[in-house]
Design a protein around this ligand. Structure first.
Ligand code: URA
Length: 433
C-alpha cells in the first residue's frame, strides 16, 4: 500500500482533495481488510464535514465497482438494459408493479434489489411474502430468466460491489449514512456494476425518506446524474413525495397485493401515477425508440389489456412463487383505526406509519430479525381526504391483540386532522436530468 490512511483522514479533515488513485487504494485496501474499520469510519466522518468533489465521488464509485465482479447484462441479452432504483421509503413497492408493466411492453427487466433495514422495507422481503418465491438465483439463472420470461428480480450477488456492503454496514453504525456523496456512490456503484445502460432513479423526499427537503434531494439527484454521465450512462431522477406513505399498503404481503392491484389498473391514485411515470421513463430510455408520452401510453395499454398481469404471473411462477393473491399470508387480527373527529387529513407522517409497521413485525431492527410477512397497515385516508368522526382512517393487520393495540395508538399519532385542507401536492415533485 503506498497510501497512509491516517494521512488521508487528516487531509480530508483539513478539506484537501484526494487523487483518484488515493481513493482507489483506500477503498480496495479496505475491501481486502488491510485498512481497519475505525480508520474508514474516521474518513467517512471527515467526508461528512468536508464533502467530496465530483471527481472524488466518481473515483469512489469506480473503486467500489472494481472491488468485485461486474455484470454485462446488455451484452448477455443483446439489448439495451434499463434499470430503476428508489432511495427507499414507506410503502414503496414500485419495482414490483413497474417490472411486469415494462416487461409486458417488450423491454427486458433484470433487477437486483436489497433487503430493508429499519422502517423502509426492501423489495426482496416483500417478494418473499409470496409463497415459494425464490430471490436467490445464480447469475446464469438470472440472465436466462430475463431472456426467456422477460423479467427477474433477485437479491444482489455477494460478488457485486463488496466494498459497498462493508462500507454501508460501517456507515450504518457510525452516523455516516446520510452523506450525499456516499449515498450517491453507494447507489450508483451497484447500478453501474449490474450493467444498466440507462437508469431511472426515484429520489424520495420527506419525513419518511433519507432526504427530508427538496433542496437536499436535488443535490443528491444531481450527484447521481453526474456519476451516471461520467460513466457514459443515461440517467433521470424523479423526485417524489415521501412525506406520507406511498399508496395505502405498508407491510410485505399487503404491498404485494397492492402492487398487483396496480398492475391490474386498480391501484391507489398516487402509486399508480408514480408507477406509470417510472414505466414511461424506462420505456423512453429503452431500445423501443419511443418518447415519454408514448411510453406512458404503452404502459397504460399493458395494464388495460391484461398483458402486464400475465407477465406478473409468468415472472412469479418462474421464480417458484404462487401468483394467486389469495395465497398471500393474512394476519389473524385486523382492527380499524377510527377518525377521532370530523375534518380533513392535513398530514400523515410516513415515518410514524413506518415505525408502526416495524413494531408490528413488518420490518427488522437488526439485520438478523425475522419478518412477519402478513402484518402491516392499510392507510385508507391520505393527505387532503375529508373524514367524519368514526370513519376508518386505517386498518391494522397484526399477529395478536396487544401489538394491534400499540399500532392503533401509533397511527392515531401519525394522522393530523384539521379544518383546512392542505395545499395540493402531487406525487411527482420534480424531475432532474
Ligand atoms: N441506499 C443505498 O444503497 N446506499 C446508501 O448509501 C443509501 C441508500
Amino acid at each position: 500500500m503506498t497510501i497512509r490512511p491516517a494521512d488521508l483522514i487528516e487531509r480530508k479533515r483539513n478539506g484537501d482533495e484526494h487523487s483518484a488513485e488515493e481513493i482507489s487504494e483506500l477503498i480496495l485496501a479496505y475491501t481486502r481488510d488491510e485498512v481497519p474499520d475505525y480508520q474508514i469510519a474516521a474518513w467517512c466522518m471527515a467526508v461528512y464535514f468536508k464533502g467530496l468533489s465530483g471527481a472524488e465521488t466518481f473515483a469512489l464509485t469506480d473503486a467500489m465497482i472494481r472491488s468485485g465482479e461486474t455484470l454485462d447484462l446488455g451484452a448477455a441479452l443483446g439489448r439495451r438494459v434499463v434499470d430503476k432504483h428508489s432511495t427507499g421509503g414507506v410503502g414503496d413497492k414500485t419495482s414490483i408493479a413497474v417490472g411486469p408493466i415494462v416487461a409486458a411492453c417488450g423491454v427486458p427487466v433484470g433487477k437486483m434489489s436489497g433487503r430493508g433495514l429499519g422502517h423502509t422495507g426492501g423489495t426482496l422481503d416483500k417478494l418473499e411474502s409470496i409463497p415459494g418465491f425464490r430471490v436467490e438465483l445464480t447469475t446464469d439463472e438470472f440472465v436466462s430468466q430475463i431472456r426467456d420470461v422477460g423479467m427477474a428480480i433477485v437479491g444482489q450477488s455477494a460478488d457485486l460491489v463488496p466494498a459497498d456492503k462493508k462500507l454501508y454496514a460501517l456507515r450504518d453504525v457510525t452516523a455516516t449514512v446520510d452523506i450525499v456523496p456516499l449515498i450517491a456512490s453507494s447507489i450508483m456503484s451497484k447500478k453501474l456494476a449490474a450493467g444498466a445502460d440507462a437508469i431511472v432513479l426515484d429520489v424520495k423526499v420527506g419525513d419518511g425518506a433519507f432526504m427530508k427537503t427538496l433542496e437536499d434531494a436535488r443535490i443528491l439527484a444531481e450527484q447521481m446524474l453526474d456519476l451516471g454521465q461520467r460513466a457514459g450512462r443515461d440517467v433521470v431522477c424523479l423526485l417524489t413525495d415521501m412525506d406520507q406513505p406511498l399508496g395505502r399498503a405498508v407491510g410485505n404481503a399487503l404491498e404485494i397485493r397492492e402492487a398487483l392491484d396496480t398492475v391490474d389498473g386498480e391501484g391507489p391514485g398516487d402509486f399508480t401515477e408514480l408507477v406509470l411515470d417510472a414505466c414511461a421513463r424506462m420505456l423512453a430510455f429503452s431500445d423501443l425508440g419511443v418518447d415519454v408520452a408514448e411510453g406512458r401510453t404503452r404502459a397504460k395499454a399493458a395494464v388495460c389489456d391484461g398483458s402486464a398481469h400475465a407477465m406478473y404471473e409468468r415472472w412469479v411462477r418462474a421464480q417458484g412463487g404462487d401468483p394467486d393473491p389469495a395465497m398471500l399470508p393474512r394476519a389473524p387480527v385486523r382492527i380499524a383505526v377510527p377518525a377521532p373527529r370530523d375534518g380533513v387529513v392535513t398530514r400523515l407522517h410516513a415515518l410514524a406509519v413506518g415505525h408502526a409497521a416495524l413494531e408490528l413485525g413488518a420490518g427488522r431492527r437488526t439485520k438478523d430479525d425475522a419478518i412477519d410477512p402478513a402484518v402491516g397497515v392499510l392507510c385508507f385516508a391520505k393527505r387532503g381526504d375529508a373524514v367524519l368522526a368514526g370513519d376508518d382512517l386505517a386498518e391494522v393487520h397484526a399477529r395478536d391483540d396487544s401489538s394491534a393495540a400499540g399500532a392503533v395508538e401509533a397511527l392515531l399519532e401519525a394522522y393530523e386532522i384539521g379544518d383546512v385542507a392542505p395545499p395540493e401536492r402531487g406525487i411527482l415533485l420534480d424531475v432532474v436530468g
